[in-house]
Design a protein around this ligand. Structure first.
Ligand SMILES: NC(=O)c1ccc[n+]([C@@H]2O[C@H](COP(=O)([O-])OP(=O)(O)OC[C@H]3O[C@@H](n4cnc5c(N)ncnc54)[C@H](O)[C@@H]3O)[C@@H](O)[C@H]2O)c1
Length: 317
């Protein structure tokens, strides 16, 4: 049985993951949980939609009970730059929201997928080929909540047997829903500006390498991990996953290959630059490859070609 609730379904990942899950498991079996942001017509009309504020445990319980949910993809969260502008709210949503979801999962015997992030690392982490198990002392509230979330999910598995699983996503690139205020947002904005204006001003410095992933791979990672044989999972939560690593000038060169008159300049945002510098240049994702067969489909050139093709169609409409 797969009766699924997606929290944060109106966000960048949720809006696409919900549709992907509906195609895979049947539209009526996937409940989209939203909050304030208006859902797209497609999201609202392709299956059940419910308002679920994750800081309200009763609201989660009601929906899980009403639809007999057995799996929760918990995506509701505040992202890095937004979290830094309101750390207390970030703690409330990212941690109290998560523990509410875990408590309901314990009560109703649900499996839970929770994404962690490259933001769970910090300056004292080895930033090249960042190991699966390593030092995690992030300096941002986002990072603090992501490390705590990883530990909380491990704890609920160990203590209560809740089937918790998760990945550390890198920056996610997509053309459907704009990103929600993270440090890697530039790698999405660049495409919109390249198509609309043929120029882009980047808020990170040249040379700032970060892990990234195209949305189809992010969706595949979530579902492959949730469908993986539990007997093979030594880590369960917080698997390093990556598909590509690049600095702003490298993605700019790829965009220019496809849109030859594209140019990029820089106006560095100190907050996001500082955050980016404390995150890995590239992660080692062999644990995910070995334990559940992680294998991304898109590298930088393939992602850029597909992004530009799909975004052109979207923007023309
Ligand atoms: N997008 C990325 O690049 C990226 C990278 C690494 C990890 N992640 C993680 O993936 C998950 C989803 O990220 P996303 O990019 O889709 O984020 P997003 O900001 O686009 O979406 C999150 C959604 O959660 C909602 N939300 C906020 N507070 C809520 C509450 N109290 N109750 C219910 N919903 C609430 C927001 O309205 C938003 O629609 C998050 O855990 C994030 O940390 C994302």
């Amino acid at each position: 049985m797969n009766r699924i609730l997606v929290t944060g379904s109106v966000g960048q990942i949720g809006s696409e993951l919900t549709i992907y899950l509906r195609e895979r498991y049947g539209a009526d079996n996937v409940v989209a949980g939203g909050r304030k942001t208006k859902p797209s017509k497609e999201l609202k009309e392709s299956g059940p939609f419910e308002i679920v504020d994750c800081t309200d445990i009763e609201a989660i319980r009601e929906v899980v009970d009403k639809y007999q949910i057995d799996t929760i993809y918990h995506l509701a969260a505040l992202l890095s730059a937004v979290a830094e502008s309101n750390p207390q709210l970030a703690w409330n949503v990212n941690i109290n929201g998560l523990i509410n979801v875990l408590e309901v999962a314990r009560e109703y015997d649900c499996a839970v997928f929770t994404p962690s992030s490259i933001g769970a690392f910090g300056l004292s982490t080895p930033l090249d080929n960042t190991p699966q198990d390593t030092i995690q002392r992030p300096g941002t509230m986002y990072g603090v909540t992501k490390v705590s979330g990883e530990l909380l999910c491990d704890y609920y598995y160990k203590k209560y047997g809740v089937d918790t699983r998760g990945v550390r996503y890198p920056g996610i690139i997509s053309y459907v829903t704009p990103p929600g205020g993270g440090t890697t947002d530039y790698a999405v904005e660049i495409f919109y500006e390249a198509i609309k204006k043929k120029k882009y001003t980047c808020f990170l410095k040249r040379g700032t390498k970060l892990d990234m992933m195209y949305m189809p791979d992010a969706l595949k990672a979530a579902v492959d991990l949730m469908e993986a044989d539990p007997g093979k999972l030594k880590h369960r939560n917080a698997f390093n996953v990556t598909a590509m690593s690049f600095a702003p000038e490298e993605i700019s060169a790829e965009v220019k290959r496809i849109i030859p008159d594209f140019t990029m300049d820089y106006d560095v945002d100190p907050l996001r630059q500082e955050i980016a510098e404390s995150w890995p240049n590239y992660m080692d994702d062999t644990a995910a490859k070995d334990q559940w067969g992680w294998n991304p489909d898109y590298d930088l050139p393939a992602m850029c070609e597909d992004m530009i093709e799909k975004l052109r169609v979207k923007l023309e409409k």
